[in-house]
Design a protein around this ligand. Structure first.
Ligand code: CTP
Ligand code: CA
Length: 227
């Protein structure tokens, strides 16, 4: 099946996707981050573009190339990711795939911290909470995307925790990711799609196949907004 010449049910739709990790600086050369590869988010952005959507991909630092036909906005911190998302609105769909760092160093030095600065004692790290991008966009009164989709990586009680997360964040669907195996950074994913009144368990499959199936589900749900 050639996706690129197939039907374009998302023509006229604008989809905003976040992907990758965020990087939270301690000083100009050090940061807090995580192991997100960006693979799943980039695959989703590409699959949506293949179905004709205009895709804005707000991405933290990753080592893979953006899919063709996607507008990539590079960011580093969670706060910058939120700003870039707000700037990209309005959107018909928002998909929050990024592994946003939950915390950042409370103080970030503009000069490289030196070994001797702390004197005899070791420096200690104070953290601040980052904004929750998914919750912020879900709870917008003006410009809320019509369909807001979050991800939840869990190692146990996947469905129950996903439902709680959906409620807390105010999103419409949660793609619940069972990370009890070796999916982090790998090429496969095992997911369950949790909606308001249903749960669909998908077989373990390639991240590209997950992306295509999710893009098809989105297309079925929002139809032809440009027509
Ligand atoms: N998310 C976000 N902004 C944050 C934290 C998370 O937008 N500051 C989004 C992620 O992109 C994902 C969803 O929220 O779509 C769930 O992220 P997750 O890390 O699983 O949830 P948390 O609320 O951070 O809870 P915890 O890490 O404790 O499981
Ligand atoms: Ca988190």
């Amino acid at each position: 099946l050639d996706r690129h010449s197939g039907p374009k049910p998302l023509t006229g739709a604008h989809v905003l996707v976040t992907a990758g990790p965020t990087r939270e600086p301690l000083d100009p050369v050090r940061f807090l981050s995580n192991h997100s590869s960006g693979k799943q988010g980039y695959a989703i952005a590409g699959a949506l573009a293949d179905l004709g959507a205009r895709v804005t991909l707000v991405s933290g630092p990753v080592s893979i190339a953006p899919p063709r036909g996607v507008d990539m906005v590079p960011v580093e911190t969670a706060r910058d990711m939120l700003k870039a998302c707000e700037t990209a609105l309005p959107a018909d769909v928002f998909i929050s795939v990024a592994a946003v760092a939950d915390w950042r160093p409370a103080i970030s030095s503009s000069k490289k911290l030196k070994l001797k600065d702390a004197g005899e004692t070791l420096p200690s790290l104070t953290l601040s909470e980052n904004p929750d991008i998914l919750a912020t966009l879900s709870k917008k009164r003006k410009n809320r995307p019509g369909l807001v989709i979050g991800f939840a990586a869990e190692t146990h009680d996947v469905e129950e925790l996903a439902r709680a997360k959906m409620k807390r964040k105010g999103c419409d669907w949660i793609v619940a990711n069972d990370v009890s195996g070796d999916v982090m950074g790998g090429s496969e994913n095992e997911i369950a799609l949790v909606t308001k009144d249903e749960i669909e368990r998908w077989p373990r499959m390639d991240k590209l196949a997950v992306a295509r199936q999710l893009a098809d589900r989105i297309a079925q749900t929002i139809g032809h907004p440009g027509k």
